[in-house]
Design a protein around this ligand. Structure first.
Ligand code: BG6
Length: 538
């Protein structure tokens, strides 16, 4: 077992090298998240950031550019605090995919480690040791175009930047400076490309140094699924095919694709962008078996076991279990698409029939879930922003009550369901039946609501920050293993390859819940999507 195997309590100081430093993600998410961590005093002392990007800039110019992102994307911007934080930020112009930048990169890492005393902070060893400057930990972050993931990893390898276990930290001989890499999604675009990327990365980094990020796993309510299921006794006994009728996972967005259409989305579509990535992770946590401990290895093992039980559908039959759609014009000139439908957006090839909505009926062929459908859907330009998981229970074996109109509850009332609301109002609700007060013995449906922000008097924090800290601690619990990624593609590739599915793509009204065929997908099974209206809150 490698020495760094067990995650440490505290994040290790490191030099965080962000490739794609002038990009959108760095500006909107990564650096605002780091600033937030700094404000909460959670960044390790000595940790510093080296941004690498082709745009020529000095350290100060980069800091000024980032200031705007931090101001816009954090709630507590403060100029003095930003200035103090910005001392950790440095910049190097160049392309991580080209060899020319590497000699300078290696020098900068060493210089910054010396300037910030990065390696010296390891285990609070504050005094400089005699002899050569100790090696710092280095965390690479690939926030670049996916086509550059492989080439950058190769350059990192060629220039000998990964040497974990071969050299020792001069300050603390017990500590081995590590090199890890965080890789943004998409992790491939199909099984062959994902397998190839995994192979390339695997030649340079060990699997336990590769952190495939999925920001959904950084969300509080998603992590809370572990606690809800395995920290309580009231849910888990019912969490199986004896009691659960079906499960729905929805990620609906009211925004359109806008200017991302041509440079990314048209080649990706909803299945790649949201379902194979984020929603598959959500499904894994909802359905996995309990691990014996909350530990990265145990959890990842269970998740891999779970995705391995997803039923495979070949391309000839994919259209029977899925529906694709793309949104029509909204007519609202002020929206992200200038009121245009997806097919009319700049950079979109209408003949490609890229889906902005996808719905799937999936099955898990295992003892717990045999026969329980998992309906998963995601779409842009839908009725409202809503990310939720609905676990719907079966009717009680015997119906002995009536509602106020004398009808059976199964005909008139919503069934028992647990709704895990991930966005916008983080919380959990449980719907069940209760006696209506009064002399008549009638029942109605009621709801128990847990609002996360109210319960804890705290606003859930930006997902990227805690995930980066996990990488600095060596904790891969909330990162994806290569097997999960590859199995995910194996399951979804046939849907993406299905000509019938693409040919039958429907245009749905902007601001709706998707194409009518998606309703039929469930209606055929005698079920309906849970489409809460705005303000109704679950
Ligand atoms: C990203 C997708 O990964 O997730 C976007 O590329 C999508 O298309 C976003 O809008 C949704 O994330 P969230 O956290 O707003 O649900």
């Amino acid at each position: 077992m490698p020495l760094h195997d067990a995650p440490r309590e505290r994040p290790d100081p490191c030099v965080l090298v962000i490739f794609g430093a002038s990009g959108d993600l760095t500006q909107r998410k990564l650096v605002p998240a780091l600033y937030q961590l700094e404000r909460e005093n959670r960044l390790p002392p000595g940790m510093c950031v080296l941004g690498v990007s082709r745009t020529p800039m000095t350290d100060d110019q980069w800091r000024d550019k980032l200031r705007e992102g931090v101001r816009e994307h954090t709630k507590n911007f403060d100029e003095a605090a930003y200035r103090a934080f910005a001392r950790r930020l440095h910049y190097l112009p160049g392309s991580g995919a080209e060899p020319d930048v590497y000699p300078a990169l290696i020098r900068r890492i060493a210089d910054l480690a010396a300037e910030h005393r990065t390696a010296l902070h390891w285990d609070d060893a504050a005094e400089p040791a005699p002899g050569p400057s100790p090696q710092p930990n280095v965390l690479f972050y690939l926030s670049v175009a996916p086509s550059l993931y492989g080439p950058i990893a190769e350059r990192i390898g060629e220039f000998g930047l990964v040497f974990e276990g071969k050299r020792w930290c001069a300050v603390n001989p017990q500590a081995v400076p590590w090199q890890r890499i965080i890789v943004e999604k998409p992790h491939g675009t199909d099984l062959p490309s994902a397998a190839e990327l995994n192979r390339v990365m695997g030649r340079v980094f060990e699997e336990d140094a590769i952190y495939r990020i999925d920001h959904y796993l950084g969300k509080e309510l998603i992590q809370n699924i572990f606690v809800m299921r395995f920290g309580n006794t009231i849910f888990e006994p019912l969490w199986n095919n004896h009691y659960v009728d079906h499960v729905q996972v929805t990620a609906a967005e009211s925004v359109g694709v806008g200017r991302r259409a041509g440079n990314f989305y048209d080649a990706a579509g909803a299945t790649r962008d949201m379902v194979q990535s984020h929603l598959l992770q959500v499904l894994s946590l909802v359905a996995m078996e309990p691990p014996s401990v909350y530990d990265q290895h145990a959890i990842r093992r269970e998740k891999i076991k779970l995705v391995n039980t997803l039923r495979f559908t070949d391309a000839d039959h994919a259209h029977l279990h899925s529906v694709f759609g793309r949104y029509g014009p909204s007519g609202d000139q002020n929206d992200d698409d200038g009121g245009r439908g997806y097919a009319q957006l700049d950079g979109v090839d209408p003949e490609r029939r890229t889906e902005t909505f996808a719905a799937f009926r999936l099955f898990l062929d295992n003892w717990r879930w045999a026969g329980v459908p998992f309906y998963v859907r995601s779409g842009k330009k839908m009725a409202r922003k809503l990310t939720e998981i609905v676990v719907q229970f079966k009717q009680p074996p015997l119906q002995m009550f009536r509602d106020l109109d004398g009808r059976l509850p199964s005909e008139s009332l919503p069934p028992n369901r647990v709704v895990i609301n991930i966005a916008p109002d983080d919380g959990i609700s449980i719907r069940f039946q209760a006696k209506v007060p009064g002399p008549r013995f009638a029942v109605d449906s009621v709801k128990l609501d847990m609002d996360y922000a109210k319960a804890f008097n705290a606003v859930p924090i930006e997902a990227y920050g805690p995930l980066m800290l996990d990488a600095m601690r060596g904790d891969q619990t909330l990162y994806k293993h290569r097997d999960e990624v590859e199995i995910g593609w194996k399951i979804f590739d046939p849907f993406l390859q299905s000509a019938k599915l693409r040919q039958s793509i429907e245009t749905y009204a902007a601001g709706s819940w998707g194409p009518p065929a998606a309703d039929q997908l469930l209606a055929r099974d005698g079920r309906r999507w849970h489409n809460p209206v705005k303000g109704e809150k679950r």
